[in-house]
Design a protein around this ligand. Sequence first.
Ligand code: NAP
Length: 314
Amino acid sequence: MARPDLIAIGAYKPWDIEAMESDYTLHRIPEASGLAGLAQELRGRVRALAYQGHKGFGGAEMDLLPELGVVANYGVGYDAIDVAAASARGIKVTNTPDVLNDDVADLAVALLLAQGRRIVQGSEWVRSGQWAARGEMVLNRKISGGRAGILGLGRIGREIADRLAGFKMDIHYWARSEKETPGWTYHADPVSLAGAVDYLIVALVGGAATRGFVSREVIGALGPGGVIVNISRGSTVDEAALLDALESGAIAGAGLDVFLNEPNIDPRFLKLDNVVLQPHQGSGTVDTRKAMGQLQRDNIAAFLAGRALLTPVN
Ligand code: NAP
């Protein structure tokens, strides 16, 4: 029997390509814009698509694949995929939740520590010879025991909160509804959350519903001692307001893994000494990326076998 076709959009690692090639007739394209260039016969019969990337995948792309039944996203955040358009066409969308929680939460904590303890500047102090030439570097900031505010207490947000509780922090959070969190303080309003904490860690979903959620008002409420860590999506923060606050000292600093217009981020960030910048690598360990690829393929296999999807979105 002929192996099923699978279109894979994105830049997959060799182990993912090998695994997909062992089960499917694989058709790889770097971006969705390459779909129209695939043979019409293939486009007319393919039922499964593996998606990786942050560029939009919407109704126009889906309409090029009339038999498409599943879009399996590589990543928990599926804001690049127009889920409403998929549902309207009877297409299932899957994602890769949970397997990446630890890595993303670890990076959030690392960003907080790196910003407060000036880890990047400290490394440069050693490498540049300034330690030997000038002695002790500038003193920095105690992180343990502070007040942490988690904006979005979902799967990843909860892991971040658990870690920061281990740093003897007082945990506050915002979510759409109060959760079962003994000892943690719920805020029904993000401005109230920001006003109550030293560190605001953003762990919201991306997409239209949360665009600019960390508004100028929220950033203002954090105040001059405040630090923002964002591991969610660049879109969740009013980036112009964040840059203004960082430049003027209206907040103390930021640790950022995500930006608008990645990877061509606003050059204003590059001039700032009070930010730690990362290239959207929250889930970027070999172990976790392998687990994400496996879950993506398990969803595709389940769909093609007519079994229940493991992690459906719609
Ligand atoms: P999750 O469990 O679904 O949690 C998402 C949080 O967002 C929840 O607190 C949820 O509130 C809130 N939320 C959902 N819809 C909302 C809306 N319409 N308005 C306001 N808040 C809303 O997701 P997760 O697995 O923790 O992942 C969170 C996000 O992290 C992903 O969507 C992705 O964008 C990002 N991420 C980034 C990286 C990276 O490399 N930096 C890696 C993985 C994930 P409720 O609690 O009230 O439901």
